[in-house]
Design a protein around this ligand. Sequence first.
Ligand SMILES: CCCCCCCCCCCCCCCCCCCCCCCC(=O)SCCNC(=O)CCNC(=O)[C@H](O)C(C)(C)COP(=O)(O)OP(=O)(O)OC[C@H]1O[C@@H](n2cnc3c(N)ncnc32)[C@H](O)[C@@H]1OP(=O)(O)O
Ligand SMILES: Cc1cc2nc3c(=O)[nH]c(=O)nc-3n(C[C@H](O)[C@H](O)[C@H](O)COP(=O)(O)OP(=O)(O)OC[C@H]3O[C@@H](n4cnc5c(N)ncnc54)[C@H](O)[C@@H]3O)c2cc1C
Length: 670
Amino acid sequence: MERIMDHLAHERSKAQFSVEEMKIIWAGSLHAFQVSDRIARLVASDPGFRKDNRAVLSRKELFKSALRKAAYVWKRINELALSEEEASWLRFYVDELAYAYIHWGMFVPAIKGSATEEQQQKWLPLANNMQIIGTYAQTELGHGSNVRGLETTATFDQETDEFIIHSPTLTSSKWWPGGLGKVATHAVVYARLITDGQDYGVHGFLVQIRSLDDHFPLPGVTVGDIGMKFGSGAFNSIDNGFLRFNHVRIPRNQMLMKVSRVTRQGKYVESNVPKQLLYGAMVYVRQIIVADASIALSRAVCIATRYSAVRRQFGPPHEDENGKGVETQVIDYKTQQSRLFPLLASAYAFRFVGEWLKWLYTDLIQKLEANDFSTLPEAHACTAGLKSLTTSAAADGIKECWKLCGGHGYLSSSGLPELYAAFVPACTYEGDNIVLLLQVSRFLMKTISQLQTGKKPIGTTAYMAHVEHLIQCRCTVQKAEDWLNPSVILEAFEARAIRLSVACAENLTKFATPLQGFSELSPDLVEAAVAHCQLIVVSKFIEKLQQNIEGNGVKQQLETLCNIYCLNLIHKHLGDFLSTGSISPKQASLASDQLRSRYSKLRSNVIALVDAFNYTDHFLGSVLGRYDGNVYPKLYEEAWKDPLNDSIVPDGYHEYIQPLLKQQLQNARL
Ligand SMILES: CCCCCCCCCCCCCCCCCCCCCCCC(=O)SCCNC(=O)CCNC(=O)[C@H](O)C(C)(C)COP(=O)(O)OP(=O)(O)OC[C@H]1O[C@@H](n2cnc3c(N)ncnc32)[C@H](O)[C@@H]1OP(=O)(O)O
Ligand SMILES: Cc1cc2nc3c(=O)[nH]c(=O)nc-3n(C[C@H](O)[C@H](O)[C@H](O)COP(=O)(O)OP(=O)(O)OC[C@H]3O[C@@H](n4cnc5c(N)ncnc54)[C@H](O)[C@@H]3O)c2cc1C
C-alpha cells in the first residue's frame, strides 16, 4: 500500500513545471481558480452531497436522492448567500443531474432570449426564486432534429384572447424534456402558431402544466416520465418526460413575443430581429456543452492517467525509486501513451476553445443588445460545430479511458461507466452531431459562394480570404523539428480545410439542384465541416500560446500538448491531408516521428498535468483515479460495500441453489 502511495508522489516530483500556475490556466483566471477551489472543497466535505452509492440505487431511490440534493443545493445557496457565480460552481461540483440543469440551463435562458422586457419582468423573478420550476419542451415523439416539423399547435382564439395549445397526433407528444416527467410546473413549449387560419411556423409559449398547490397536472394536460435510460445512475436521476395537450388555454401574452407577436385582433407581426433568435437558448447551451466536454474528458483522462501510473504489468524487472524490483508501469508502454496522451492534449484543447467560445457568445449577446445581428450566423456555426466535434471526441475518449484501465475500468467504482453513460447523450441532445455538422457545412458553402462576390470572410472563416494561396501552397516541412513551427501546422490545417470545402463546392455544381447535391454529398460535407472545426480548435490553442503565460515551465508543457493535439489529428486524418496534397507522405512520416518524440517529452509531467485540473476525489468519484493512488486496498474495500456482500449466504440460496445442489447430490447417490 505504502509503495503505491509513494509511487504517485514520485511521479509528481518529476514534473517540470508549476502545477499551481497551471491550475490557474486551466480554471481561466486566478479568481476562477479561487472560487471554484473553495466551492469544490465545500461540496467534497459536506456529507449531504455524498454520491458514492449512486450505482446501487433503484430508479425511484436515485430520483428521490436527486430531488433531495437539488433542494439541499438551493438551501445551501441561500444559507451561504452565494453569488450567481458561486451557485453555478456549487451545482457543477455536486455533479447530480436533476431538473435544475434544465431550469437554469434552458428554461431561464429561453425566457431571457425570447421574451419581451415586460414578460421577463413577470416570469424571471418567479423562475429565479424557484417559485416555478421550468422545462424546455421542444422535441416531440416524431420530430427532434427537424424543429420546423414539430406538430403541436397553438391556435389563437380572438374571442377569448387566448392560445389553445393542442397535441393533434401521437407523434406530436412532447418527448424527452428534462424535469418534465415529474417535477416541472411550467414549460416553454414550442408549437406551430396558427392565427386567422394561417400557420406561421414554430414559436415559443409559456405554459403552466402542474398546479402550484397540489402538483397535479392541470386540466387537459397529460404528463409522465419516458422511462429508464442507458446505464446505471447517469441520466436516470432526471425525469425526462412526455407531455400531451388537449386544448389547453393560455393567455395571449404567454406567447414569447420578442421575435414576433400576435395582436389582440389576431394579426401576426414580425419585429426587426431575426427569427433565428427563437433558437437562442440552443446557441447558449451548445457553448456550455463545449465547456462540459472538456470537463468530462479531463475527468476520464485524470482517472486513466493516475491509474496507468499505479498499474504495473509485465516488462523487464525495473528498480523503483527505493531500489526494489518492480514490473513496468503500464503508462510506460508506448501504445498506452499513444492512446492516452492525445486525450490529455484534447482535454486542454477543448478547455481553451470552450473559453474562446464563451467569449464569442458574450460578444454576440452584446452585439444583439445593440441590434447588431451580423455575427449570429458565425456564432451558430461555431457553437453547433464545436459542440459536435468536442462531444463526439469526448464521448469516444471516455470510452477509450475505460479500456485504458483494463478490467477495473469496467467496475462502477472506477467512475468511468457512469461518466460515459451520463456524457454520451451529449452527442444527441442539443442537436444530433451529424445534423449540426451539416449546418456548419451549409455555412461554409455559403461563405465560399460569397467569395466570388467579393464579400470578405470574417472571424473563423477569415482564412478563406487566402483561398488562392491555400489551394496551391506546399507544406515546407523537411525535418521532424519543422513540425514544431505553429505557422507550418496552421497552414497545413487551413489548406486541408479549404481544399475539402472547395472540392465540395465544386462537386455541388454538378447536381441538378443544390438540395440534391447536398443530400448526395452530405458525407463529404460532414468531413469538410470536421476539418474546419478542427482548424478552429488548433488555431485557438495556438492563439492561447501567444498570450502572456506565466509560471515556471507552464508554457512549455502547453506547447507540447498543442503539438500532440495537432500531430495526432494529422496522424488520425492522414487520408484527408494526403488526398488534398496538404502534406506529402514523407512529411506525414516526419509528423509521426515528431509525435513519438513529444510523447517522451510529456511523460514525466502527465500526473502533474492531470493534477492541474484540481479535481477533488469527491468530484472524480473514482477509486482508480484517487489522488493518493491508493487503488488496490480501496477497490477491495469498495467491493465489500456492494449490497450482495451484506450477507454471507445470498438471498435466494434456499430457494434456488440449495434444492439444486441437493438434487445433484441425490442423483449422485442413486
Ligand atoms: C475548473 C474548470 C472550469 C470549468 C469551466 C466551466 C464548466 C462549465 C460546465 C458546465 C456544466 C454544465 C453541464 C451541461 C450539461 C447539460 C445537461 C443536460 C442538458 C440537456 C439539455 C438538452 C436539451 C435539448 O436537447 S433541447 C432540444 C434541442 N434540439 C435541437 O437542438 C434540435 C436541432 N435542430 C435545430 O437546431 C434546427 O432545427 C436545425 C438547425 C437543424 C434546422 O435548421 P433548418 O435549416 O432546417 O431550418 P431553419 O430552422 O429554418 O434554419 C434556417 C436558417 O437559420 C439558421 N439557424 C438554424 N439554427 C440556428 C440557431 N440556433 N441560431 C442561429 N441561426 C440558426 C440556419 O443555419 C439557416 O441559416 P441560413 O443562413 O438560411 O442558411
Ligand atoms: C438525454 C437527453 C436529454 C434531452 N433533453 C431534451 C430537453 O430537455 N428538451 C427537448 O426538447 N429535447 C430534449 N432532448 C431531445 C434531443 O434534443 C433530440 O433527441 C435531438 O435533438 C436529436 O433529435 P432526434 O432524437 O429527433 O434524432 P433524429 O433526428 O431522429 O436522429 C436519428 C438519426 O438520423 C440522422 N439524421 C436526422 N436528420 C438528418 C439529416 N437531415 N441528415 C442526415 N442525417 C440525419 C441523425 O444523424 C441520427 O443518426 C433530449 C435528448 C436526450 C437524449
